[in-house]
Design a protein around this ligand. Structure first.
Ligand code: ZN
Ligand code: MN
Length: 150
């Protein structure tokens, strides 16, 4: 979703994040995509409009935005973190083949509750559900691999 710079500044202020042009550009790029990019992907995306941007600035800004609660880290369970500009409650479909991450919006999943026994005294503030498997094109590619048998 395209965000107005004034809206971004308002969000930064609400989360006590100092506003800079580079931070605004990084946050805007992340908020406008649903691709859940890695820090490196994001660097490639932002560098087009901000040629002076360094990779370190992107990494550092992501940690600032994450700590402030403006950005969510999605851990795919291996190698590098992926980032999500959508911090509203939602869940993910994760492809084990190509690594793509798709949003799952589902009220039933949002309403998941632990029994008090399972919560073990935790004051549970939220939860995230990840579905792991193979996307349509990875399933296709796996079917097309010629069998070595026979
Ligand atoms: Zn895939
Ligand atoms: Mn997401």
């Amino acid at each position: 979703m395209k965000l107005h710079p004034q809206e971004i500044e308002a969000r930064f202020r609400r989360h006590a994040v100092r506003v800079t042009r580079q931070r605004t550009a990084i946050y805007a790029a992340l908020a406008e995509t649903t691709s859940h990019p890695s820090a490196d992907d994001l660097y490639q995306m932002v560098k087009r409009q901000q040629p002076m941007m360094s990779r370190n600035t992107v990494y550092y800004t992501l940690s600032v935005l994450r700590d402030a609660g403006l950005v969510r880290e999605v851990n795919v369970g291996h190698d590098m973190a992926r980032y999500d500009g959508n911090v509203s409650m939602h869940h993910h479909l994760i492809c084990l083949g190509c690594g793509q991450i798709m949003d799952v919006m589902d009220d039933d999943l949002n309403r998941l509750q632990l029994s008090s026994g399972q919560a073990r005294g935790f004051d549970v503030l939220g939860h995230r559900v990840e579905f792991h498997g193979y996307c349509v094109s990875c399933r296709q590619a796996r079917r097309d691999v010629p069998s070595r048998r026979g």
